[in-house]
Design a binder for this molecule. Structure first.
Ligand code: DX5
Ligand code: ZN
Length: 221
């Protein structure tokens, strides 16, 4: 599968969000990653459906919504109406993940399931036939700028092996948390296809173009 770089706007300059999104768009971002946090499921709060609507006005790139909230079902339709392309739901956030994924698909959007570092892959195996993406968290969710949990590389590898042997292998593997020039190659070698990066892209020293180019080349090596 082709490598996709997904800037996480959590690390963009919120007072200059449009400027940063346009810059990332021009620099070759493949997808935009929008974190929605409710202050309950994770100890932080962030973007709402109105931000998704605003993003939709400034970029034509796909918008991936990473829902970190209790009761995600209530926000599926609002974010899709606002312009979301893919809705990513934590397996730990709902008692009925299969139903939540079905709900996303019923509105015509792509659906993804997210697993926290402590959640076993067994939890999501039954979703393979209906899922478009599986997001493996490589940090505990809630904040940008955290350190990549190195044990997650093996988990990505195991998921890729499961995908290769499964009858329903039509989903992308995504990673989120601590992705930078030091960690991206191991994730790519382990089988990841989509790479979310926040602080590395928006708070780094070189230009955004160079940073996107750098991590992309490390991922395709
Ligand atoms: C963390 C969020 C991430 C965050 C990643 O819970 O889901 O999307 O923005 O930030 P970095 O790339 O700085 O780890
Ligand atoms: Zn995220």
């Amino acid at each position: 599968m082709t490598v996709k770089i997904a800037p996480s706007i959590l690390s963009a300059d919120i007072m200059n969000l449009e400027r940063d999104v346009r810059a990332a768009d021009r620099a070759g971002a493949d997808v935009f990653h929008i974190d929605m946090m409710d202050g309950n499921f994770v100890p932080n709060m962030s973007f709402s459906p109105s931000v998704v609507e605003g993003m939709r006005r400034v970029t034509d790139k796909p918008l991936d919504i990473h829902m970190m909230m209790e009761n995600p079902d209530a926000y599926i339709k609002p974010v899709i109406d606002a312009g979301a392309d893919t809705v990513l739901i934590h397996a730990e956030s709902t008692q009925h993940i299969y139903r939540s994924i079905d709900l996303v698909k019923s509105y015509g959007a792509r659906a993804g399931v997210v697993v926290n570092p402590g959640t076993p892959l067994e939890t999501v195996k039954e979703l393979f036939p209906i899922i478009d993406q599986i997001l493996v968290m490589t940090v505990n969710p809630g904040f940008g700028g955290q350190k990549f949990i190195s044990g997650m590389t093996k988990k990505i590898q195991r998921l890729d092996q499961l995908r290769q042997t499964a009858a329903d292998d039509n989903f992308e593997i995504e990673v989120d948390g601590g992705i930078n020039a030091d960690t991206i190659s191991q994730c790519a070698r382990a089988g990841a296809d989509i790479f979310v990066a926040g602080s590395y892209l928006f708070n780094g020293e070189n230009g955004l173009n160079k940073r996107i180019e750098d991590i992309r080349s490390l991922a395709v090596e």
